[in-house]
Write a protein that binds this ligand. Structure first.
Ligand code: IMP
Ligand code: MG
Length: 187
């Protein structure tokens, strides 16, 4: 674990889980894998807003080749720190995915409920292929059996924030990923 000056942590962030260097190494590795796997082919990265926006911005620059990006926003009903599995599309893709190689770019795979919904939805639009790239994979949590081809980092089962991930819309701007102190959300 990378050392971060504790005095600069927001009060509610109890510890740093992944430092900036560790995150960048993981992003670079996924970028190289995607570059190899899709050599000579155009790939469409579908980013799930808002949590994956920073990961996407770094990932797209780590891929060498022909890449397009598009955005989707979904909301899963539930409280601030748990997903309910009932998903609503807030913003749909601009372009059609039919006949294209698609990679869904996610911030974190927790229960997998959001992604299960998204995969089913996008598969019905007849892409040529569809894969998932997630920066974080929460250990021991996947309820749904999701085949996730690209995984950045295995994440302990804690509520994490930073590098795009939020708690009630805050902390997205932290350059590292940290654990949110349970007292900040268990009340
Ligand atoms: P899932 O449906 O439980 O897999 O979670 C879906 C979404 O919930 C993720 O894409 C995140 O946006 C959010 N989420 C899940 N776990 C965390 C966390 O530890 N910190 C911040 N957001 C999370
Ligand atoms: Mg989110």
């Amino acid at each position: 674990m990378q050392e971060v000056d504790k005095t600069t942590l927001p009060l509610e962030v109890s510890k740093v889980i992944f430092g900036e260097d560790e995150i960048q190494e993981a992003v670079k590795r996924i970028g190289e894998q995607i570059t190899q796997d899709y050599a000579g082919q155009k790939v469409l990265l579908v980013t799930v807003l808002k949590g994956a926006f920073i990961f996407m911005a770094d990932l797209v620059r780590a891929i060498k080749g022909d890449v397009e990006i598009d955005f989707m926003a979904v909301s899963s009903y539930g409280d601030g720190s748990k997903s309910s599995g009932v998903v609503r599309i807030i913003k749909d893709l601009n372009a059609s995915v039919e006949g294209r190689h698609v990679i869904i770019v996610e911030d974190i795979l927790d229960s997998g409920l959001t992604l299960t919904y998204l995969l089913r939805n996008l598969k019905s639009r007849k892409p040529l292929s569809i894969e998932v790239a997630t920066l974080l994979f929460k250990e021991g949590k996947q309820q749904a059996n999701i085949r996730c081809k690209y995984i950045g980092l295995m994440c302990p089962d804690e509520f994490v924030v930073g590098y795009g991930l939020d708690y009630n819309e805050s902390y997205r701007n932290l350059p590292y990923i940290g654990a949110l102190d349970a007292s900040a959300y268990e009340q």
